[in-house]
Design a protein around this ligand. Sequence first.
Ligand SMILES: *[C@@H]1O[C@H](CO)[C@@H](O)[C@H](O)[C@H]1NC(C)=O
Ligand SMILES: *[C@@H]1O[C@H](CO)[C@@H](O)[C@H](O)[C@H]1NC(C)=O
Ligand SMILES: *[C@@H]1O[C@H](CO)[C@@H](O)[C@H](O)[C@H]1NC(C)=O
Ligand SMILES: *[C@@H]1O[C@H](CO)[C@@H](O)[C@H](O)[C@H]1NC(C)=O
Ligand SMILES: CC(=O)N[C@H]1CO[C@H](CO)[C@@H](O)[C@@H]1O
Length: 263
Amino acid sequence: MLATRTLIGCVLVGVLPRVVVGKDFTTKNDWFGNELAETPECWSDSWSFTDDRYRDYFSFDCEPNISVDNGVVALLMNETCFSPTLIYNRANIHYGMAKVLLKPSKQLGAVTALVRGVWGKGEIDYEFTPLSPDGHVQSVYYVGHNEPNGIGGLEMHGDPTDNNSGLYDDFHEYGMEYTPEHIRWLINGVEVRKVTAGPDKPLPKDAYAFNINVWNAGATFSAWAGKTNWTEGPHVTYVKQVSFDSYCEKTKNMTSTVTTGDM
Ligand SMILES: *[C@@H]1O[C@H](CO)[C@@H](O)[C@H](O)[C@H]1NC(C)=O
Ligand SMILES: *[C@@H]1O[C@H](CO)[C@@H](O)[C@H](O)[C@H]1NC(C)=O
Ligand SMILES: *[C@@H]1O[C@H](CO)[C@@H](O)[C@H](O)[C@H]1NC(C)=O
Ligand SMILES: *[C@@H]1O[C@H](CO)[C@@H](O)[C@H](O)[C@H]1NC(C)=O
Ligand SMILES: CC(=O)N[C@H]1CO[C@H](CO)[C@@H](O)[C@@H]1O
């Protein structure tokens, strides 16, 4: 959540491509304010960063501290770059499945986040909090500016006796599926949490944008994230692959009448 808030000032809205503009059937905008296509298309794509094709689809915040080597993206957080971010820059993801093959930074203070949506509208996250001895990955979602709606699914912990290994030392695939009816979080293809919408349980609205970042949570939330120590490190999060499956009316019940929250 805070990661996205601190980013807003850094993103260069003007230079990014404006995609299809159409009459919205809700108010669907991506991270950059671009409107989504009126009729969402079904598509699937995957980026492995082994060639330059990703450059047409992703933008960087803190670009000097993002490198791509041997098909692995490295996001390096440092004193002047508090939140290096890989941002999917097209307004064509609708409901659907997003998957990331990722190895989060295990340094105290550095929180890695996979973020669907935009803080203040609707947001669905994975958050990796390395504070020992409880380093873990958690799922969370926000409806508008509300406080976290259901932090949960502490599905995977580092091994505190072994520098949080496991969670932090290997690449794992983290999936988030978003539909009008439910949100699902998956790790290595296995569902670890599912939230279903109900009359008293709105889901985030318009959580279509997508970014991956590591941010200096230690600066403001050290009780939660641990204190950032710059002499340790490096504070790097690695990404090997990103894929999306964008759903549309034909495959999902997009016209569902389930309430999905007002903000
Ligand atoms: C942190 O990264 C920024 C951006 O690449 C760079 O300008 C700066 O020198 C780095 N600072 C340190 C202390 O490494
Ligand atoms: C944990 O990390 C520290 C610093 O890198 C290292 O000295 C120590 O051996 C590691 N401990 C284990 C159990 O791997
Ligand atoms: C920061 O890390 C260094 C190197 O591990 C250590 O010597 C130092 O005590 C740490 N600082 C704090 C405030 O923990
Ligand atoms: C859509 O909803 C209808 C009626 O509730 C149901 O029969 C159908 O299986 C749903 N389709 C999908 C793809 O979920
Ligand atoms: C991963 C990466 O690009 N790191 C760079 C961050 O910025 C410093 C200073 O410019 C470089 O030395 C790093 O290589």
